[in-house]
Design a protein around this ligand. Structure first.
Ligand code: NAP
Length: 252
């Protein structure tokens, strides 16, 4: 069950955080892993730890996304799994948010998803097989947080994109689904500061932040051959954070 042996997977933003967690779980399940991202030093390090490959790429550049798929096609002859994970979450309150701040978040999180999925599916269609897993978030589709209106819109947008894409891909052997992390302890989350992290721990029924591997295991299931009958869906991985109707409902 759930072996990814003989599968090739591309994980964008796999040098750090959740992407690294996804890449390591896919590797443990037997996949050849390609890390696609901006940070050459961290990317090469993770790739060598996972016996994989690093491709320098910026998901906001359509030419980079296409070149990465062409490179994988040349080296491996196949791309079975795309984990479109690269994302940013800078904070800006609506009073001060600039057009440039709005555009940057949407360019990476939403347009980057479009570019990456479009490039990967062109290859996957030729082989009539593919598993695409997006990293969305609970923030936006379900919850809100001051300073993250642009981010939340981009993460909800990924799910809207996914549902129509799932229909377009339905007869090509390709599924597209999403993982929706709650609060996962990554460099990006640590940068929000200790006060934020403590606030989140208090809001989670298990009182623990997630690990990148927690998201990796959910992504691994959606990336498996066995998940073939699941498409256009999302899995929330949040330790129950969205459940309480009131803070009093959270166990002490
Ligand atoms: P992270 O530690 O900051 O990692 C994000 C990765 O994406 C980094 O490797 C980053 O590279 C890369 N990246 C950023 N812009 C890119 C671009 N234009 N092209 C290619 N790669 C790019 O953040 P994370 O917490 O792991 O977040 C990963 C994903 O999970 C994001 O989509 C985020 O929205 C989502 N998420 C995270 C949480 C959480 O609690 N951590 C919760 C919900 C959803 P550099 O570091 O070199 O810029």
């Amino acid at each position: 069950m759930f072996t990814l042996k003989n599968r090739v997977a591309l994980v964008t933003g796999g040098e750090h955080g959740i992407g690294k967690g996804i890449a390591s779980v896919l590797h443990k399940a037997g996949a050849r892993v390609v890390i696609g991202g901006l940070d050459e030093v961290a990317g090469q390090k993770v790739a060598s730890e996972l016996d994989g490959l690093f491709i320098k790429m910026d998901v906001t550049r359509q030419s980079d996304c296409r070149a990465a798929i062409a490179d994988i096609e040349t080296r491996f002859g196949q791309l079975d799994i795309l984990c479109s994970n690269a994302g940013i979450f800078p904070q800006a309150n609506l009073d001060d948010m600039t057009e440039a701040q709005w555009d940057k978040v949407h360019n990476v999180n939403l347009k980057g998803t479009f570019f990456m999925v479009q490039a990967a599916m062109a290859h996957m269609k030729k082989r009539n097989y593919g598993r695409i897993v997006l990293t969305s978030s609970i923030t936006g589709p379900i919850t809100g947080f001051p300073g993250w209106s642009h981010y939340g819109a981009s993460k909800a947008g990924q799910l809207g994109f996914m549902r129509s894409a799932a229909l377009e891909l339905a007869n090509s052997g390709i599924t597209i689904n999403a993982v929706m992390p709650g609060n996962v302890l990554t460099e990006g989350l640590k940068a929000q500061g200790e006060a934020y992290l403590n606030q989140m721990r208090a809001a989670i029924p298990t009182h623990t932040l997630g690990t990148p591997e927690d998201i990796g295991h959910a992504a691994c299931f959606l990336a498996s051959e066995e998940a073939r009958y699941i498409t256009g869906q999302q899995i929330i991985v949040d330790g129950g954070q969205i459940l309480p109707e009131s803070p009093d409902a959270i166990p002490g």
